[in-house]
Design a protein around this ligand. Structure first.
Ligand code: ATP
Ligand code: MG
Length: 361
């Protein structure tokens, strides 16, 4: 029987930050270590997703490769036979399936996506968009928001369904989109016999990832907001390329609260809870264990110091590994995997094309 597929992608619109690492990269590396040989692992760069929000296109190609190297530095073993790395745009079936799925997707259901609403709201007020588009191309504020941003969950559903992925470890912000992938898979499976493997639901996903809570790392400056690639927030964001001492500084200056009482409560004490979550994930300890160790203590300075030390050794270690990566070997693996994955994706696409009447049954 074919192995179940675990799949994740991280777009290359910018460098990765600690939230990407803890929410997207680390779970894959952990799954690979835990289940070596038992599952197939697809870890890809969704480069087509990278410009749903405006970017500097002169940097995209280079960024894609840099980000790919981070997977390896973070511990992804690319020599395992069931692990595949690839660039989305090198496998045209992603775009083709997206178009077909688009035609079965409601305008309303896309409009309700939280990520879309958040990012669209930001773009309406953004200066950057003015630099990217010429004024005459931007007649009204809703034209600052691309159709690509609107329907990227459909592309993400195609990313998942093409490979029959059951397990999709993502951060909390992407859970709604995984739910949509299930929804559209189910819709097409009902309409045209069984086409797609159903991804597991969000509750199963969390259990499978061995987590007690969904992961949503907050900005260190503004703990009500998530750490994000596309938001200008240098003091609140730990980039994986930050100098370790800068990482320390950002943690030591993190916004907390005035309660002087450590508790893991994202509602009432998001800054402190964020630090506890970072500490648990980076040290590999269960959240509940870390909470028991710290809850009731009063010194935020002591907690920050513990987190800062952990961040420092994490960044130092990751950057040392990054510098030692064999680029040539990585490119060979990438191109070989793209060949293999293209066949898998094309086979799924053909099934769908037959079902919808684009190819003879
Ligand atoms: P952008 O803000 O431009 O969308 P991003 O930081 O959200 O960038 P993505 O490429 O959209 O990064 O997401 C890649 C992965 O990282 C996804 O699995 C996403 O859930 C996860 N992720 C992103 N931000 C966080 C965060 N703050 N905490 C946990 N996981 C996160
Ligand atoms: Mg995102």
């Amino acid at each position: 029987m074919a192995k179940e597929v675990i799949l994740t992608g991280l777009r290359a619109n910018a460098e990765f930050h600690l939230g990407n690492y803890l929410g997207g990269i680390l779970p894959m590396v952990q799954q690979q270590k835990k289940h070596a040989g038992k599952y197939q692992l697809n870890m890809f760069i969704p480069d087509l997703h990278s410009f749903t929000t405006p970017i500097d296109h002169g940097k995209l190609y280079e960024q894609t490769h840099q980000n790919l190297k981070v997977f390896v530095a973070a511990g992804l073993d690319i020599d395992q036979p069931d692990t595949f790395i690839y660039r989305q745009s090198y496998i045209p079936a992603h775009s083709e399936l997206t178009w077909i799925l688009d035609c079965f997707t409601g305008f309303g259901e896309m409009s309700r996506m939280t990520e879309f609403k958040d990012k669209a709201a930001k773009l309406r007020g953004s200066q950057m968009i003015e630099e990217v588009w010429k004024e005459e191309d931007v007649p009204g504020s809703s034209d600052r928001i691309s159709v690509g941003l609107f329907n990227y969950p459909v592309l993400m559903a195609a990313d998942i369904l093409l490979y029959g992925a059951k397990w999709v470890p993502v951060g909390e912000d992407q859970r709604q989109h995984v739910e949509f992938a299930r929804e559209i898979a189910n819709r097409l499976n009902n309409r045209f016999k069984d086409l797609f493997v159903m991804p597991a639901d969000n509750v199963e996903q969390i259990k499978f990832a061995g987590r007690e809570n969904p992961v949503r790392i907050r900005s260190l400056r503004n703990p009500n907001k998530k750490m994000s690639k596309s938001v200008e927030d240098p003091a609140g964001t730990i980039m994986l390329s930050d100098k370790p001492e800068d990482g320390v500084k950002k943690v030591m200056e993190a916004t907390t609260d005035s309660q002087a009482n450590i508790r893991f409560d994202f509602e009432k004490q998001p800054g402190v809870a964020n630090l506890l979550q970072i500490l648990a994930l980076l040290t590999g300890k269960p959240q509940s264990g870390v909470n028991t160790e710290w809850e009731g203590k009063t010194s935020y300075g002591e907690l920050k110091q513990a987190v800062a030390d952990t961040v420092k050794s994490f960044l130092t270690d990751l950057q040392t590994k990054l510098a030692a990566i064999d680029d040539q070997r990585l490119m060979q693996k990438l191109e070989a995997d793209e060949e293999v994955m293209r066949k898998v994706a094309d086979a799924t696409l053909l099934k769908v094309q037959k079902a919808v009447g684009l190819r003879p049954a």
